[in-house]
Design a protein around this ligand. Structure first.
Ligand SMILES: Cc1cc2nc3c(=O)[nH]c(=O)nc-3n(C[C@H](O)[C@H](O)[C@H](O)COP(=O)(O)OP(=O)(O)OC[C@H]3O[C@@H](n4cnc5c(N)ncnc54)[C@H](O)[C@@H]3O)c2cc1C
Length: 474
């Protein structure tokens, strides 16, 4: 990689104008540190282009000069993907000024938005048009649609609507040499060769910069029923998940699991969070049924299924939300787990997935193995059990040595990833690779798959300017 010379820097400034450059140390600081505080980078300045033509001109110049470009969305990613290296030679390109809704087409059930739109604003625009954009995750108030697509984000509604990739109809992408690829449009069927748009979803900015997307919409939710359920084990969660899907004719939108330790942290640290039950239980499920039909009696259906499960001794207890405030309070118990964990000191985080039926055996093996290695560590397991995806997190021993605990991260992560891999799973279910998991990608991927990824990278970014040092190197 080359360092940008003063002439290139001046030309880049001229493309975006004064409003498109951030260059004071204080204003640049938030762009140079990743969300988890694992990486700190440097850059000459942050560029904030206002339209796709400016992005195209920036990339054409950087490509000709062999200068790296780091796309930056809402900076909520967990793997350091949006942080430049510490050479000071990479240009950070923020999409935050490209935040317009270009078109909303209710009859086509589609919306076309620029990449810098914050996820919550896309959800709102859909709702204003009596439609649903179903991607939903804890960071939705700050993550951007470009970042969501580039990490192929999951979240809490994957069970019903799929990952970010499943929600894309078309993309506008600026390639490394500045060429603009546009597959934007509301076509539902288009079998005309390779599905190019899919290449850029989950590519973490290593193949091009997503500048806009046409996304699928769905009928707006008109009825929902939410319950918090106490259970004995993860086996019960898997069994109940299967039963709920059938009993609700697949109206199950979310099925989130949390261990007792996760609930305890939230209740301890987050104001307004209260344990819904009088006695403690080993595990909990948060489930939600949704329908677009206003008069559909989902509460009655859910209560009937849960009463039956109680009678059979499958579940220990359950509360069903009777109004919006109760529903929000139950969701808060799930959504605030990362915040509560952060207040407990250092953590070793895992974002594994295994086939749903293999979750109990994975949990048994991984939990036993971790406690053999670190007897005082705390397992704060939670996640999207409906997708076989657990945030199998480990918190440092209470009051213990945080630095010593973190020094063992790689060893513990390998052990947990090995167990997931043995059960047909993935070491990165929804957070991607970034800088953090590059080694794991090499460790677990099939050599043919890796070589194919390198070939694609070489073909689309021959000068390796697109987010160098992330995901894979050609
Ligand atoms: C509280 C919290 C909860 C979360 N919950 C979930 C969850 O449930 N599911 C989940 O999947 N993730 C979750 N995440 C992780 C994170 O929010 C997602 O990965 C999100 O999709 C990242 O979007 P972003 O805009 O912040 O991207 P960034 O962090 O800015 O960037 C992520 C990657 O995408 C690249 N990129 C960004 N914009 C573009 C673009 N326009 N074109 C090309 N490349 C681009 C960056 O270079 C980087 O490699 C959570 C994070 C937090 C903090």
């Amino acid at each position: 990689m080359n360092a940008p010379d003063p002439k290139l820097l001046a030309a880049l400034r001229a493309i975006v104008g004064l409003a498109g450059v951030i260059d004071t140390p204080a204003d640049m600081a938030p762009f140079l540190r990743d969300y988890r505080g694992l990486y700190q980078g440097k850059t000459p300045f942050i560029l904030r282009p206002g339209n796709v033509d400016e992005v195209s001109k920036i990339l054409a110049l950087c490509n000709a000069a062999g200068v790296g470009v780091v796309p930056h969305g809402g900076n909520t990613g967990y793997c350091g993907g949006a942080t430049p290296d510490d050479s000071g030679a990479q240009i950070v390109l923020s999409l935050s000024r490209m935040n317009k809704v270009r078109a909303i087409e209710p009859l086509n059930y589609s919306i076309t938005v620029e990449a810098g739109c914050v996820l919550a604003s896309v959800q709102q625009a859909a709702s204003d048009a009596e439609r649903l954009f179903p991607l939903s995750l804890g960071a939705e108030g700050s993550c951007q649609i470009g970042g969501n697509l580039s990490t192929n984000a999951g979240g809490t509604a994957v069970l019903r609507f799929g990952m970010a990739r499943d929600l894309v109809l078309g993309l506008e992408v600026v390639m490394a040499d500045g060429a603009i690829l546009s597959t934007l449009g509301s076509l539902r069927k288009d079998n005309t060769g390779y599905d190019l748009k899919s290449l850029f979803v989950g590519a973490e900015g290593t193949l091009g910069i997503i500048t806009a997307a046409t996304l699928k919409l769905f009928p707006k939710v008109a009825a929902s029923a939410t319950a918090y359920i106490a259970i004995d084990s993860i086996d019960v969660a898997v069994q109940l998940l299967g039963e709920l899907r059938s009993a609700s004719a697949d109206r199950l939108t979310a099925c989130e699991i949390m261990k007792r330790s996760a609930l305890e942290l939230v209740v301890q640290h987050i104001p307004g969070c209260v344990d819904p039950f009088e006695t403690s239980h080993p595990w909990y499920l948060l489930i939600e049924l949704q329908s677009a039909q206003a008069n559909e009696p989902l509460d009655a259906l859910l209560e009937q299924v849960l009463a039956d499960a109680l009678d059979r001794g499958v579940i220990r207890d359950a509360v069903v939300a009777t109004n919006g405030a109760q529903r929000a309070a139950l969701w808060k118990l799930r959504e605030c787990i990362p915040e509560a964990m952060a207040l407990e000191g250092e953590q070793i985080k895992h974002d594994i997935s295994v086939p749903i039926a293999a979750m109990p055996v994975f949990d048994g093996e991984a939990g036993k193995w971790i406690l053999q290695q670190m007897p005082a560590a705390r397992l704060i397991t939670f996640g999207h059990i409906g997708d076989g995806n657990l945030h199998y997190n480990v918190s440092q021993p209470a009051g213990g040595d945080g630095a010593g605990f973190l020094a063992r991260s790689a060893e513990i992560e390998h052990g947990v990833h090995d167990i997931a891999h043995r059960h047909g799973g993935s070491f990165s279910a929804e957070h991607g690779i970034g800088q953090y998991k590059r080694g794991e990608l090499q460790r677990y991927s099939d050599p043919v798959e890796l070589e194919m990824m390198r070939s694609i990278k070489r073909a689309l970014d021959p000068n390796n300017i697109m987010n160098p040092g992330k995901l894979i190197t050609a």
